[in-house]
Design a protein around this ligand. Structure first.
Ligand SMILES: C[S@@+](CC[C@H](N)C(=O)[O-])C[C@H]1O[C@@H](n2cnc3c(N)ncnc32)[C@H](O)[C@@H]1O
Ligand code: SF4
Length: 426
């Protein structure tokens, strides 16, 4: 009987096109947990995320909160509020142990040179007066069209040694239709050699699959670029439409086939990655992730997000900064702070679902972290679900982790959702 129930649930979930690594699936799902207060942090170990929501142009396929880069004055006001929010947080949490820091967006490097330097100088000071964990490895997102020598120098000077550049695709029609311009090969060559000059240790290139018009030939062109530059890391993003008003371009089977192809080819080029993971690394002892992502995804370490729309997580729950619902930039700036009271104090089953969802990027879910969240043995708590998934060879259990198998990865959204509350789709 129980077997029939889990089987039926899996069959329903595997037909849904809404499941990926985002959670909750419908924003209203958490409405009963909403509390009018700021999220509290009592834990010492945590990560920071700084959101710079500006871009040179806005790509239609992008699901992040971003605005066309405003004039200088507004950029500086944004950075001043961000710095103020961080300073206030640090002064009320003086004993934190910083496990990771990511500066993302948008495109942080699209800020004007002096404003970008101002931000990097602030980050340098922040890192000099904060306790940093042993494996602390900060990272920043960029694009080749927004980077220059002055910015690379400022990045290095701030103590950042990992830059992630987005390429996405080299399909000219898609780029044009989606309002995106990619760099020339010369600009890329110049940037790689500047990164070498300033000894930036890790360079990651982001690519996407599942895009409109994306054929095997396009994927081959992206792979040729990877072969040419041999960046230390490559990250593959499956196209998501959660907050976009467009339909997926590819079926789950087509997405799986594209991932499988890219995985095989990247392995041939010497990159390491377990099947199902999205970051590939030339060094087999390095997962290729910044310490922010590593801690957030694998260990569910708490994180505080600064800037418009940034998400935070503590042991209590999740909160979102202002601007999540695409509020006008000027209104957000007038507010004087981006920290907000859009807070959800979550019961353990919802915290668990959030953890399982983010672990999806990694393809593995740590059982000891599940135990910590549930305060119960996950193998018992999810006994029927785990037995069903094992029986169907969709997961295996190794090294105290639930590992999604290649077969399971074909339906990874449904596999992850077997650990979500029953009403998660309502
Ligand atoms: C915050 S974006 C910033 C990157 C940078 N601004 C750029 O344009 O390359 C980080 C990454 O998210 C990925 N991304 C953007 N939109 C996405 C979507 N709809 N689905 C999946 N991944 C997406 C892209 O690969 C992108 O490089
Ligand atoms: S993909 Fe990058 S450049 Fe394009 S809109 Fe998103 S954040 Fe901006």
């Amino acid at each position: 009987m129980l077997y029939t129930n889990v089987k039926k649930r899996f069959s329903i979930l595997s037909k849904s096109d809404k499941l990926n690594t985002s959670y909750p699936i419908t924003p209203s799902h958490w409405k009963d947990y909403k509390k009018d207060c700021e999220l509290e942090f009592t834990e010492k170990d945590m990560c920071f995320y700084l959101h710079i929501p500006f871009c040179l142009s806005l790509c239609k396929f992008c699901e992040y909160i971003k605005y066309k880069k405003p004039e200088k004055e507004l950029q500086q006001k944004y950075i001043n509020i961000l710095k103020n929010d961080i300073t206030n947080f640090i002064s009320t949490h003086p004993n934190i142990n910083l496990m990771g820091l990511d500066i993302g967006g948008g495109t942080p490097t699209c800020l004007d040179d002096e404003i970008f330097e101002d931000l990097m100088n602030f980050v340098k000071k922040l890192l000099s007066k904060t306790k940093l964990s042993k494996n602390f490895e900060p990272s920043i997102e960029s694009t080749f069209l927004t980077i220059n020598e002055r910015k690379i120098k400022a990045i290095k000077n701030a103590g950042l040694d990992r830059i992630s550049f987005g390429i996405q695709t080299v399909n000219k029609k898609f780029l044009k239709d989606n309002n995106r311009q990619n760099p020339t090969l010369n600009k890329m060559i110049e940037t790689f050699s500047l990164c070498q000059k300033y000894n930036i240790k890790k360079i990651n290139l982001d690519f996407m699959y599942g895009l409109q018009y994306q054929t095997k030939k396009d994927l081959q062109n992206s792979l040729a670029l990877i072969e040419f530059f041999r960046p230390s890391h490559v990250t593959l993003y499956e196209f998501r439409t959660n907050i976009l008003n467009i339909k997926e371009y590819k079926t789950k089977t087509q997405l799986f086939a594209q991932y499988k192809y890219l995985y095989k080819q990247l392995k041939k080029l010497g990159y390491h990655c377990d099947f199902g993971q999205n970051t590939f690394s030339l060094d087999k002892n390095d997962l290729g992730l910044s310490s922010y992502l590593k801690n957030r995804m694998i260990n569910f370490t708490s994180y505080k997000g600064f800037g418009i729309s940034a998400q935070s997580k503590s042991n209590q729950g999740i909160s979102y900064n202002i601007g999540k619902n695409l509020t006008n930039l000027e209104d957000c700036i007038k507010n004087g702070t981006f920290c907000s009271q859009d807070t959800y104090i979550l019961p353990k089953n919802e915290m668990l679902a959030k953890f399982v969802a983010v672990s999806g990027y990694f393809g593995k879910i740590k059982l000891d972290i599940m135990q910590q969240i549930l305060n119960e043995n996950p193998m018992k708590y999810f006994e029927n679900e785990i037995n069903y998934l094992l029986l169907k060879k969709l997961i295996k259990i190794t090294n105290n982790q639930i590992v999604i198998t290649p077969k399971g990865f074909k339906h990874y959204g449904a596999v992850l959702a077997m650990f979500y509350p029953n009403n998660c789709m309502e």
